[in-house]
Design a protein around this ligand. Sequence first.
Ligand SMILES: *Cc1c(COP(=O)(O)O)cnc(C)c1O
Length: 392
Amino acid sequence: MIPLYKPLVTGRESLYIDDAIKTGKFSGDGIFTQRCREWLESTLECKKALLTTSCTHALEMAAMLLDISNGDEIIVPSFTFVSTGNAFVLHGAKLVFVDIRPDTMNLNEMLIEQAISEKTKAIIAVHYAGVSCEMDVIMKLANKYNLIVIEDAAHALMSKYKNQYLGTIGHLGCFSFHESKNYHCGEGGALLINDERFIERAEIIRDKGTNRKNYFRGEVDKYTWVDIGSSYLMSELNAAFLYPQLLIAEDINNDRLKSWETYYRALINLNLENKLTLPSIPRQVNHNAHIFYIKVPSKGIRSGLISYLQENGISTSFHYIPLHSSDMGEVHGVFNKEDIYTSIESERLLRLPMYYGLKQSDIFDIVSLIRDYFDKENSDEKSRRLLGKTEF
Ligand SMILES: *Cc1c(COP(=O)(O)O)cnc(C)c1O
C-alpha cells in the first residue's frame, strides 16, 4: 500500500530528544526552541520567528495582534483549511471569500480590491501546495488600503517568491509543523514577524499574556499579566524532534522536488490528451513540492479514479470542502461576487502520494494505473455509445 504521505523521520530525532532530556528543560524556549528559531531566522532571513504549538495557533496569535473584533472583515480564499478562517472568526471577524485562480488554486489577486471595504483589516494569503500567491500585487493593495497581510504558509516552508522565502513577505507569516507537512514535530508551528511593531506583543501573547520574557531577560523584577494571550509556546521535546529535520531541509526539499518533476513528466501526455490538468507554477516562483495534485474533468471521474487506485494499493485524497459551503462558513462568511472557480476546481482536485523518499518506480506505477483508468473509462464510454445506438 502506498500512503498519501509518510510523516518524515530522519533517524536523528531520538538523539536530539535524548539531548533535550539531558538538559532537564522540557517546556518551551530552551536550547532546542532557540536553535529552531535561529535556523528559521537565518535561513529564511526574517526579523523574528516564534515557535508555536501549531499553525492554527500562529494564526490565532495573528488575530490577537491585529485586535480583531466583531464585524472586522478578513479577506480569505474559500479553498483553504478551516483554521485559516476559524482563527479570525474566534475573535468576531467576518470572512470575505474571494475566488481563486484555477492555475494555482490561490487567491485571485485581481479580485481582492473589489472585496475591500471600510471594515477590512487583513488579507490572508494562503500559498496552496507551497506555491506562492502573487505577493507583489497583494502587498501593493495592503499598502494602498492600510491592511495587514498574513501569509498562511502552512504548506510553504522553503518555497520562494521572486527569490524571497515565503512567510517573510507579509507582515506576519504562519508555518505548520504538523506531521502531514514537509518538516514536522507531530504538532507544531511558527509565527514569523516581519513587521517589528508586532514583536514585543507577540511574545506576550504567546506566553499567556504575561511579560515573563522581560522578566527572564532581567528587564522587570516580577512578571505579571499585561495583555490577552494564551499558551502557544512549543515544548522543548517537540523542538528537539524538529531541529534535525530543519538541518537537512535542503536535501528533503530536493528529494520532494525530484518526485514532483517525475510525476509531472510522466503525466504530461495525459494532460495533452485533456484527461487531466497538471498544476502550474508561475514564473519567479520556487515551490517546495508539498503536494502533487491533478485535476480530472469531473467529480464523478475523481470518485472512480480514487476507488480504482485504492483497489490497487494507492491512497489518494482530496480537499478542501470550500469554507463558504460549510455550516460555519455560511454563518461567518460571505462570498464576494461570483464563485466561478472555487467550487468547481476543488471538486476536480486529487492529491497523489507525496513524501520524502517516495520511490521513482512507485510514481511510474501510480501513473500507469491512472493511464489504465482513463483507457478503461474510454472503452466504457465507447461501449455505452454503441449500446445506445443498438437500442435505437
Ligand atoms: C495544515 C494547515 C493549517 C493548520 O496547521 P496546524 O499546524 O495543524 O494547526 C493551516 N492552514 C493550512 C493551509 C494548512 O494546510
